[in-house]
Design a protein around this ligand. Structure first.
Ligand SMILES: [Zn+2]
Ligand SMILES: [Zn+2]
Length: 331
C-alpha cells in the first residue's frame, strides 16, 4: 500500500489533493478549489483539551446530582434533577421521550467526556495504542448526540409558559448545565484530531510508516489540471475518520484504513439518489412541522395548542425576544 506523507491531504468535500502547510495558532488551511476548511492551527491542543475535559467531567457530575430547578406554586415546593425529570416522564408513560432525553443529555455527554479523557491520557504513551482511534470515532458520534443545549432551550421555553403560575428557583444543576455547554464547546474548539492520528500506533502493523514510500507528489505539480488532482483519479482514497490517504487496488473494495482500521469507501453507493429521497422527505415533513401544533398546554383554566410560530410570537410578546429568535432560527 502506498501512502502519502502527513502534509499531503485530499479535500473531504471535493477530493482535490493538496499540500497542507505548517500552520501557526489561529491559521486555517482551506481547500484551493472549494474553500472547505482542511486543517486549523491550534495552541497546545492536547493539554488545553485535557484541562477543559477534566473541568467538564466535574461539572457533568454536579449537573447530574444537584437539583436543576425548584418550582413554588400555591404554597407547595418541588425540585428535580435531570434524571429525576427523566424518571417522572417514564412513570407518566412517556417512555420514548424519557429514553431520548436520558440519552442526549446524560449518556452521550458522559461517553464523549469519558472517552476524550481516556484518549488524552492514553496519548501520553509513545506510540499511543491503536484502540485510541476507535474511541475517537465513537466519541465523535457521541458528541453529535450530546444535546444538553437543546434540553436547556426546551426548559427555558417551558418556564416562560408557566412563569405566571409558579415561581421558578434555578438550582445549582442549572448553572452546572450552562457551564457544561460552554466547556464541551471549548473542548471541541481546542481539540485537533490530527495530533492524535500522528501519535497513534497503526491498526495494520505491516503498513509502512507515513512518508517512506511515495509514488507521486501532487502538491509539487501545480501545473496539473485540478480534475487530474482528484485523489480518486490518482487511485487514492481518503479515510473518512483519520484523513489518511492510501492507495487502493480495487475501487469496489478498497479495504480498511491501515492507520485507524475504518472501512474505506471510494464513493458512497447511490449517494445522489439517497440524498434526493431524504431531501424530499424532509421538505414534506417541514410543512406540518411548522403548521401543526407541537405542544398542548392544559391548565385548570384553559387549554391551548401551540405551533412553533405561535410559540415564537408568545416568547416575543412576553419579553423573551432572544429566546424567540433562537427558537425561530433553530426550527
Ligand atoms: Zn475542496
Ligand atoms: Zn483512517
Amino acid at each position: 500500500m502506498t501512502l502519502f506523507p502527513e502534509h499531503i491531504a485530499a479535500c473531504p468535500d471535493c477530493d482535490l489533493m493538496q499540500r497542507i502547510p505548517a500552520l501557526s495558532s489561529g491559521e486555517t488551511a482551506r481547500c484551493l478549489r472549494c474553500g472547505r476548511s482542511m486543517a486549523a492551527g491550534k495552541t497546545d491542543p492536547l493539554n488545553r483539551t485535557f484541562a477543559f475535559a477534566v473541568a467538564a467531567a466535574i461539572v457533568l457530575i454536579i449537573a447530574n446530582v444537584t437539583p436543576l430547578m425548584g418550582l413554588s406554586a400555591v404554597g407547595r415546593h418541588a425540585s428535580t434533577t435531570i434524571l429525576g425529570g427523566v424518571l417522572k416522564m417514564w412513570q407518566e408513560g412517556q417512555g420514548i421521550t424519557a429514553a431520548l432525553v436520558a440519552f442526549c443529555t446524560v449518556v452521550a455527554p458522559t461517553i464523549y467526556i469519558t472517552f476524550m479523557l481516556t484518549i488524552l491520557i492514553a496519548l501520553r504513551k509513545d506510540p499511543a495504542p491503536s484502540w485510541i482511534g476507535r474511541l475517537l470515532r465513537i466519541s465523535d458520534v457521541s458528541r453529535t448526540w450530546s444535546m444538553v443545549e437543546v434540553m436547556m432551550l426546551g426548559i427555558l421555553v417551558a418556564l416562560v409558559k408557566i412563569a405566571d403560575l409558579a415561581t421558578v428557583i434555578p438550582g445549582i444543576g442549572m448553572f452546572a448545565v450552562f457551564a457544561l455547554i460552554l466547556l464541551v464547546a471549548a473542548m471541541t474548539v481546542s481539540f485537533d484530531p490530527r495530533e492524535v492520528w500522528l501519535r497513534i500506533r497503526w491498526a495494520d502493523e505491516a503498513a509502512p510508516p507515513v512518508g517512506e514510500e511515495r509514488s507521486l507528489r501532487p502538491g509539487d505539480d501545480r501545473a496539473m489540471p485540478a480534475e487530474e488532482r482528484s485523489a480518486a483519479r490518482l487511485g487514492f482514497v481518503l479515510c473518512g475518520a483519520c484523513g489518511l490517504l492510501s492507495k487502493y487496488a480495487d475501487p469496489a473494495e478498497p479495504g480498511y484504513c491501515p492507520r485507524c482500521g475504518k472501512a474505506l469507501e471510494v464513493r458512497r453507493r447511490q449517494t445522489i439518489q439517497r440524498t434526493w429521497a431524504l431531501l424530499i422527505a424532509a421538505a414534506i415533513c417541514y410543512i406540518p412541522a411548522n403548521l401543526m401544533p407541537v405542544m398542548n398546554t392544559t391548565m385548570p383554566a384553559y387549554a391551548e395548542k401551540d405551533t412553533i410560530m405561535n410559540g415564537v410570537i408568545l416568547l416575543y410578546t412576553s419579553g423573551s425576544w432572544p429566546l424567540a429568535l433562537i427558537v425561530l432560527i433553530a426550527s
